[in-house]
Design a protein around this ligand. Structure first.
Ligand SMILES: Cc1cc2nc3c(=O)[nH]c(=O)nc-3n(C[C@H](O)[C@H](O)[C@H](O)COP(=O)(O)OP(=O)(O)OC[C@H]3O[C@@H](n4cnc5c(N)ncnc54)[C@H](O)[C@@H]3O)c2cc1C
Length: 302
């Protein structure tokens, strides 16, 4: 098996930035990723990425992809990493399509959405139950939808949806909305939204697609006729495929300031790590930093 210098897992902001640095350092590397853009695609309005006063997530992802395409990088897209193991000096990676071997690995696998874990969710996933308002919102023109989650993600989704859907319900399980006030005020200006705290989903119904949802609204069970359910209840680190490195209680990979993990040769950057701020610009910076550390390590070790 060919031994690469580096395998980068994930092509969100961290993985894309690391890939650009790796290409400029002329490393022999590949990128394995489920998609290109990562969570950055999910944001409707980004106002905190330096150089852009305003940009949508999909627009920024296109810019990232164009930058990536400047280099001749081997990207294994729509491929999922299942396992990483360090064996002697090298690191073996198993995916749903192939096996690889490398001197170093950089994990930039970010975060994945949490699920509701209620009856009907798994059966109707992507057939009315969705985890991305930016991607799927336009499909619900003139429909009635439910957004689950009263944090910034839920409000971001609902603010997009009130412009598209006929009616939007937003529910939050705790007794208080946790989104920023500016977002709460913005959503409340819409006349086609109903917002409830102390409320949660009990069951989802539908034959081929979602048609109804049973909810507990302030202690009262009610069936709502909806065609879409947008689950926006947060995310967790996408790190289940690696057991050989130290993680915190949230499954985030512990890294030092050089993006080194507890296992030599395995690095991590961006939202999958215990880095404090989960932001695009931070993930990009961490990806760059990780790659420079890897470059030093390769030069010293091999
Ligand atoms: C709705 C929403 C709005 C946001 N708005 C903003 C904002 O306005 N400003 C801001 O700065 N930040 C925002 N963020 C946060 C920002 O998107 C993240 O901090 C950033 O995308 C993290 O980048 P990352 O590269 O670390 O991970 P991610 O973007 O999560 O990318 C992870 C990559 O890894 C891939 N991957 C995961 N697991 C595997 C696997 N097993 N095998 C192969 N590939 C895998 C994924 O497909 C993806 O390509 C927002 C996030 C969300 C969800």
């Amino acid at each position: 098996m060919n031994v690469l210098d580096l395998i980068i897992i994930g092509a969100g902001p961290a993985g894309i930035t690391a890939s650009i640095y790796a290409a400029r350092k002329k490393l022999d590397f590949i990128v394995i990723t489920k998609d290109i853009g990562g969570q950055a695609v999910l944001s409707w309005d980004i106002e905190n990425y330096t150089g852009y006063q305003f940009v949508t997530g999909p627009e920024l992802a296109i810019k990232f992809k164009e930058h990536l395409d400047k280099f001749n990088i081997q990207i294994k897209e729509q491929e999922t990493v299942l396992e990483i193991k360090k064996e002697n000096q090298f690191i073996k990676i198993k995916t749903d399509k192939d096996n690889y071997c490398s001197k170093t690995v950089l994990i930039c696998s970010g975060r994945i959405p949490k699920t509701l874990n209620v009856k009907g969710e798994e059966e109707l996933k992507y057939r009315g139950v969705t985890y991305c308002a930016t991607c799927d919102g336009p499909l619900y023109k003139e429909k009635t939808v439910l957004v689950v989650g009263g944090g910034n993600s839920g409000f971001d989704a609902a603010i997009q949806l009130v412009k598209i859907a006929k009616k939007v319900y937003l529910i939050e399980s705790s007794n208080k909305l946790i989104a920023d006030n500016v977002m709460i005020e913005k959503l409340k200006q819409a006349n086609n939204v109903e917002i409830y705290t102390n409320s949660r989903v009990l069951e989802i119904f539908g034959e081929k697609t979602v048609s109804e949802v049973k909810v507990l609204l302030n202690g009262v069970e009610k069936n709502l006729s909806v065609q879409g359910i947008f689950v926006e209840i947060g995310s967790k680190a996408s790190s289940d495929f690696i057991t050989d490195v130290a993680k915190n209680d949230f499954g985030e990979i512990l890294v030092n300031c050089k993006c080194e993990t507890s296992t030599e040769g395995i690095y991590a950057a961006g939202d999958v790590t215990n880095v404090v701020a989960k932001q695009i610009i931070v993930a990009c910076g961490e990806g760059a930093k990780a790659l420079l550390s890897i470059y030093d390590y390769l030069n010293k070790t091999f």
